[in-house]
Design a protein. Structure first.
Lengths: 190, 190
């Protein structure tokens, strides 16, 4: 990622229909031949935030956290990038946003210094720390709330450590956030 | 548009925070120096629709319609297209989705043959008919519901006639759908 550090966050939307909870499977669409895992810290918004212009107000607007998988149809995203098309299809299929249970704010001492990992069939693929995030949480909230008003319950996925890669039907993705949260999702129709 | 007819619909998402109703103003973001009006027929979904594979089922899933303005920060969208970035910012600012009151399904005899127009300061800029839509309503619903499950209350904007163009602060956008609906929005802070 170091070769191409963006100046502003790369903002896209996932539809509510992409959310799944543990116990549900990640389904690979027929037209996706390269489904990638991206483990991310999710930031859950607690109040209406519009054009926030200081870091304290941004952090006060955080209700808590969640562990998320920003599943991405990489082949479709690559094609969209090439053509200058939206990313909504590549990022927005049903089941493309596995989310953990809600994490209370005080369960994470420092959200900018917590380990984040992801394994596929028990082989570690991503292992990082939120201290490596290109944009910290208040920066993300200030940027986004300057474009679109955030509301209680909105979820911001904050970016993923290196090591994103493909999964196929039958594989199991596990991921974790420090010693606070762990979750497991099967890939493929139940 | 004829020079570049897409093979599949160009799908992107607008956030709920972009919706406004008559009486509210369209606000031009500081970083937008070219805000365009795109008048569109909105399709309001009435039930859960997942992987719909026939036209009748698609049309039965329609609850009604709305008149919409798909406001677009054209300079930001052009930059995003060039860089292969998402369109979510260009399309998703607060106030970028002016929507009319709900139109009952039976108020429109044929949604594929109704006039659609848009004026700026009473000068007609767009004037078309839904019969010119590249993708008809069941095609849109089949395509989208194959990617993301649609839910009651979801709104699909269906594409705009030629004549999209810029608006500036102080101007007034009017638009209409046959003799069924008309709406007016002011551009600029109230
Ligand atoms: Mg997009
Ligand atoms: Mg990501
Ligand atoms: Mg449009």
């Amino acid at each position: 990622m170091k070769s191409d550090v963006p100046k502003v966050p790369m903002l896209f939307l996932k539809p509510p229909s992409s959310y799944i909870k543990e116990g549900m499977a990640i389904v690979i669409p027929d037209e996706c031949d390269e489904l990638h895992h991206e483990v991310e810290l999710g930031i859950v918004i607690g109040t209406t935030l519009k054009k926030v212009d200081n870091d304290e107000q941004a952090m006060e607007g955080v209700a808590g956290y969640a562990l998320c998988l920003d599943m991405t149809a990489r082949n479709i995203q690559s094609e969209a990038k090439k053509k200058g098309h939206p990313w909504s299809v590549a990022k927005g299929y049903d089941t493309f946003l596995p989310v953990s249970d809600f994490i209370e704010k005080d369960q994470i001492a420092d959200p900018h210094n917590i380990d984040l990992w992801c394994s596929v069939d028990d082989e570690i693929k991503q292992s990082g720390n939120t201290s490596d995030m290109i944009f910290n949480i208040p920066t993300l909230i200030r940027y986004i709330s300057g474009i679109m008003t955030l509301e209680a319950g909105d979820l911001i996925c904050s970016g993923t450590p290196e090591g994103v890669g493909p999964v196929v039907n039958g594989q199991v993705i596990k991921c974790g956030l420090g010693d606070v949260m762990e979750m497991t999702f099967k890939v493929g129709e139940e």
